[in-house]
Design a binder for this molecule. Structure first.
Ligand code: WTA
Length: 662
């Protein structure tokens, strides 16, 4: 393959070999929000009081009495007795100076766009808040939302925040059953949803999914339905269903004062998956969460009010909550929302949007970056991306080769990249470089943020030392932390704290269930969930680490590594591989993969089998179903595949393995 076709780029590997540390570009540093290295020390010396810095980014009706109450560990409380409203902070307080500035810039997949200034956002949030009151929603009622990327989703969230009703957003790609489970768990009697949305040019019917979900909800449900598709699909609403536009029009000009919320009052619930099948209702609060989202948006994303900022996540996940809605709007920034996929109508859609809206800061996931790599650099090259100042990555480890591609082809080698490690439970970013201060090491997220205590420990809780894999732990509380699992304090303790509870270590330690290693400079490389760690002949290996070695091989588009049962070794490494267009699926190529693993990790990680596949089995949210791949590798009975986006692939892969055995 030639360099021009974009599938291989000899320059990238060469560069990674000779340079593994990148300094932040001077042009970025000059204008960065945070540039004083002393901030790390300041937080150490003045902890927890230094967290005032975060709280001062937002406006309080009444100041807090104490920064942190740790009298009932690990049920910490932050900014104790402070009073505020999140909707006020994200909308009203910008009206004096930024009423005419754009709050939300929305781009629909078919090409239309909508713009909400802060004044327009204020009006619609207020009117919908009045409508929610009219429907009977009261303070502390949990309102479920089941919506794709349309402006009414953040508007509904902010309307709820205004009246003190926590929202529970369910990703629109989830099934009706998943919606029902979450509504039952949260006792929600209210749902905001829509008729449909566009995906790769087709209008999808969403209301049908919402309705069949509602049928399985134990309590009576009142729904609000946004008309996204217009004439494309006329929907007759039932007696418990209300048209969003009509409700808002009925409240035209209404005023609804933001209710005063205690710092520790619940802002929202976000359901996420755990070790059991039952989703965990992660509870976030008003003061600590909002301060933390605003602070990390300021310090890490470097957001300024005049920026146009785009996070390509879906608001149905925590990344969208913290870094499309609450963080950027708290800072008065313009936040861009895009409804569709990156490959519609063509593979340059994202770059077309960055170009057209002069996006300053762009935040996406490694899985997207890998797709862009596969499509080739000609797509970004066709657009002017010079407005970009900073790039971000979140959600999974980013392998150095993808990092460098992002750095070169999207950032033009002039934008720092922040590789941000965090979780639904942490509320905001925890481990990342500060882009105006720290050098970047591709593949490593960086040091814990100022004030965040993180370490890598062995099973007994002792630090493992430099460059050795272990369990990531967070050994100090932080304002954005989850407060509990909804109505399940016991599970909260069990899942996150028991493993390293105070009785054993004299310190409460939060356990994120990730594997990691830490280098001599204190940079943390996250290796993936510890449930993905495999044990080969008594050696613990991170499947993510092996993948990273493999996806560095030219010709590899995507790889998934899992452990399969092995008679002698306990577990063995299985590699599922998607090749790039034009790469032949030969034994010679298999040998290259094996050699890359030998080289990157060592012969101990040498794959048992390399299985070529056109796709990996993925959940609807895009996560690779590793368990299923493990079961296939182990020749086990396959469990339920109905939650997959592409269930048909499972049979295809299993057949190949069966064939390989013969
Ligand atoms: C993984 C998403 C490596 C990690 C914000 C974590 C990452 C899980 C990174 C949380 C990163 C997230 N590098 N791994 N920069 N960011 N993860 O709750 O395994 O959807 O535990 O939150 O994603 O996923 P969640």
């Amino acid at each position: 393959m030639s360099e021009e076709d974009g599938h291989t780029d000899g320059g990238i590997e060469a560069r990674l070999d000779e340079q593994d540390v990148f300094e932040p570009p001077a042009s970025f540093v000059e204008q960065a929000n945070v540039t004083d290295e002393g901030i790390y020390e300041e937080f150490e010396e003045n902890w927890p009081d230094a967290w005032e810095r975060a709280a001062e980014l937002i406006e309080w009706e009444e100041p807090w009495d104490r920064i942190l109450d740790d009298s009932n560990e690990p049920f910490y409380e932050w900014f104790v007795d402070g009073k505020l409203n999140a909707s006020y902070n994200c909308v009203d307080r910008h009206l004096d100076e930024r009423a005419e500035e754009v709050a939300i810039e929305w781009v629909g997949e078919p090409g239309e766009s909508r713009t909400y200034t802060y004044e327009e956002l204020h009006r619609e949030v207020t009117e919908f808040a009045a409508a929610l009151y009219e429907l009977g929603v009261g303070e502390d009622d949990v309102v479920a939302m089941y919506m794709p990327m349309i402006p009414e989703l953040p508007i509904a969230m902010l309307a709820c925040a205004r009246i003190g009703a926590p929202h529970a957003v369910v990703f629109a790609g989830f099934s009706p059953d998943a919606l029902a489970d979450r509504m039952n768990a949260g006792d929600s009697s209210y749902l905001v949803t829509c008729d449909g949305y566009y995906r790769r040019g087709d209008p999808l019917n969403h209301i049908e999914k919402a309705r069949s979900g509602v049928e399985k909800v134990d309590q009576d449900v009142t729904s609000v339905v946004v008309d996204r598709l217009g004439d494309e699909r006329a929907v007759d609403l039932g007696p418990d269903e209300h048209d969003y536009d009509t409700l808002v029009q009925e409240q035209a000009g209404a005023t609804v004062e933001p209710v005063t919320r205690d710092a520790e009052d619940m802002l929202f619930l976000m359901y996420t998956s755990g070790t059991t099948g039952e989703p965990k209702g992660v509870k976030h609060t008003t003061g600590g969460y909002l301060a933390y989202a605003a602070w990390t948006s300021h310090a890490v994303l470097d957001l300024k009010p005049e920026d146009t900022y785009w996070c390509s996540a879906d608001i149905g996940w925590i990344t969208g909550h913290s870094y499309i809605v609450y963080g950027p709007l708290a800072l008065g920034t313009t936040t861009l929302m895009y409804e569709g996929t990156p490959d519609y109508p063509d593979n340059d859609r994202f770059w077309e949007i960055c170009d057209e809206y002069d996006v300053d800061v762009f935040y996406t996931a490694p899985t997207a970056i890998r797709a862009f790599m596969k499509w080739g650099p000609e797509y970004p090259a066709a657009h002017d991306l010079s407005s970009l100042r900073l790039l971000g990555s979140v959600g999974e480890p980013i392998n150095p080769r993808a990092w460098l591609w992002y750095y070169e082809h999207i950032g033009g080698e002039e934008c720092p990249i922040v590789d941000t490690w965090w979780q639904t439970e942490t509320g905001g970013m925890m481990i990342t470089t500060l882009p105006g201060i720290n050098d970047m090491k591709p593949g490593s997220a960086g040091p814990p943020l100022p004030g965040i205590g993180a370490d890598v420990v062995d099973p007994s809780g002792d630090p493992v030392g430099a460059d050795r894999a272990g369990h990531l732990v967070v050994n100090r509380p932080w304002p954005g932390m989850l407060r509990t699992l909804y109505r399940n304090d016991e599970r909260f303790l069990e899942e996150y704290w028991r493993e390293y509870s105070k009785s054993e270590r004299d310190q409460w330690v939060y356990f994120p269930e990730d594997g990691a290693k830490i280098d001599a400079d204190g940079y943390i490389t996250v290796l993936g969930r510890v449930d993905d760690v495999i044990n080969v002949s008594g050696h613990r290996l991170g499947t993510m680490e092996i993948e990273s070695a493999i996806v560095g091989v030219p010709g590899v588009a995507e790889a998934a590594v899992v452990g399969g049962d092995h008679e002698l070794k306990g577990e063995a490494v299985y590699v599922y591989l998607i090749t790039e267009d034009g790469q032949e699926e030969t034994d010679a190529f298999r040998d290259e993969i094996v050699a890359a693993v030998d080289e990157g990790i060592g012969p101990i990680a040498r794959p048992e089998e390399v299985i070529f596949t056109p796709e990996l089995p993925k959940t609807r949210s895009g996560k690779i179903m590793r368990r299923l791949l493990e079961d296939i590798a182990s020749g086990k009975e396959l469990g339920d595949t109905s939650t997959l986006r592409n269930p048909e692939i499972v049979g295809e892969i299993a057949e190949q393995i069966g064939g390989a055995d013969e």
